[in-house]
Design a protein around this ligand. Structure first.
Ligand SMILES: *Cc1c(COP(=O)(O)O)cnc(C)c1O
Length: 396
């Protein structure tokens, strides 16, 4: 049978066809009126997509570049920072803050779980300068309660609150300004449905003020320099111009999802991810599989424990070889323990039903156990049908 290549990974995610053709055709020089017009539009759209009145920036780098900027621009060596970590991306904050000489305090939770709010409260001492967290921890499939954490942080002194929402933006509701998130970060290869290479984010007035006094070294990721250039609709060095064109096209698509309104489109994109995730959870549970993040599963992706005795590497391999579907294994030491199916961005009903149908075969063949074909698919269909019953065709 034909096997179409399909990404079910939590980044990179499937590419929007319209963005792909725009990108292939784009050849403008970056110091021209043509690019400036595009850049201005992209910045305005990033604001609506994030949902903020704060300044926004788009950097030519992967998401980690903006994460690094959120450390190098906002800290000085020796600063006490608090990292909330419950997975490989939380650990990235720890490593980054250490690389810049910060005194790193952590609140951690076991992989798959989320934080104790009381423990965070007890660690928010007045000397903490910055708090770093993920909105959704893509290595475990857990969603963290950014609103509750923000409430605590905002209650203490002048702490800078930084959220890695690289898989959170476009999959979970985040009220950046109302909650007081100082820096929030997204990446192009996640909910924006375009290739890797751009990181975007917003920066609050409090964070800009902090940058006036911090001393960590920075050059390429000097956010103040980028802000000055952005005010002239330029970037400090050569941007990934074709990716900017792709990004504009992705925002147009999201706007269409919201009947011409980008903010509504973002909400529709989040609801889409939530529904695909709910369908997937129901499907995997119908097969007797266990979710990796049980208490607070993210809509960005669903992490699933392999059936007992089966290494998840075997499952990912089977998906790839039999169906051309790329399902993500666990990262680093989580490899073998779980597999991850993404719902970020350009996924629809048929993708979700298809991957669950394939999962039935994969489980049947890797375990040798008899699987009732259709059980995962049917559980997902029930979720879909209930969620959409209000608009069901033929309803009285
Ligand atoms: C993908 C991802 C990153 C890393 O982004 P890169 O673009 O690979 O640098 C960071 N945090 C989270 C939560 C992610 O999902």
């Amino acid at each position: 049978m034909i096997k179409k290549n399909r990404l079910f990974t939590p980044g990179p995610t499937p590419i929007l066809p319209a963005a792909q053709s725009v990108m292939a055709a784009y050849g403008a020089h970056h110091r021209t009126a043509e690019f400036r017009t595009l850049f201005k539009q992209v910045l305005a759209d990033v604001k609506d997509f994030i949902g903020t009145k704060n300044d926004v920036l788009v950097l030519t780098s992967s998401g980690t570049g903006f994460m690094e900027a959120a450390v190098s621009n906002l800290t000085s060596a020796g600063d006490r920072v608090l990292v909330l970590t419950a997975g490989k991306f939380g650990e990235r904050w720890v490593a980054l803050a250490k690389a810049f000489g910060c005194a790193v305090e952590t609140v951690s939770a076991p992989y798959g779980e989320t934080f104790s709010i009381d423990e965070i409260r007890s660690k928010l001492t007045p000397d903490v300068r910055c708090v770093y967290v993920q909105a959704t921890e893509s290595s475990t499939g857990a969603r963290h309660d950014v609103e509750a954490i923000a409430k605590l942080v905002r209650g203490v002194n002048d702490i800078i609150f930084v959220v890695d929402a690289i898989t959170g933006l476009g999959t979970t509701h985040l009220d950046v300004d109302a909650w007081g998130i100082d820096v929030i970060i997204g990446g192009s290869q996640k909910a924006l449905m375009i290739p890797p290479g751009l990181a975007y984010g917003s920066v609050s007035e409090r964070a800009w003020q902090r940058m006036e006094t911090t001393k960590s070294p920075r050059f390429y990721f000097d956010l103040r320099k980028e802000r000055k250039s952005a005010a002239k609709a330029e970037t400090a060095s050569t941007p990934a111009t074709a990716l900017f064109a792709a990004m504009a096209s992705a925002f147009d698509y999201v706007r269409q999802m919201g009947d011409g309104n980008l903010v509504s489109g973002r909400k529709a994109l989040i609801e889409n991810a939530e529904l695909c995730a709910a369908m997937t959870r129901a499907g995997v549970e119908a097969l007797g599989l266990k979710l990796f993040a049980t208490a607070a599963p993210a809509a960005a992706l669903t992490a699933v424990r392999g059936p007992s005795g089966i290494d998840s590497t075997t499952i990912c391999k089977r998906f790839r070889e039999q169906f051309g579907a790329i399902v993500a294994n666990g990262n680093a030491e989580l490899k073998g323990q779980l597999f991850r199916i993404a719902h970020i961005g350009y996924y629809d009903y048929l993708d979700t039903i298809g991957v669950l149908g394939a999962l039935e075969h994969v489980i049947s063949e890797t375990t040798g156990r008899s699987v009732e074909f259709g059980s995962a698919v049917s559980a997902a269909q029930k979720v879909y049908s209930e969620a959409t019953s209000k608009v069901a065709v033929g309803a009285p």
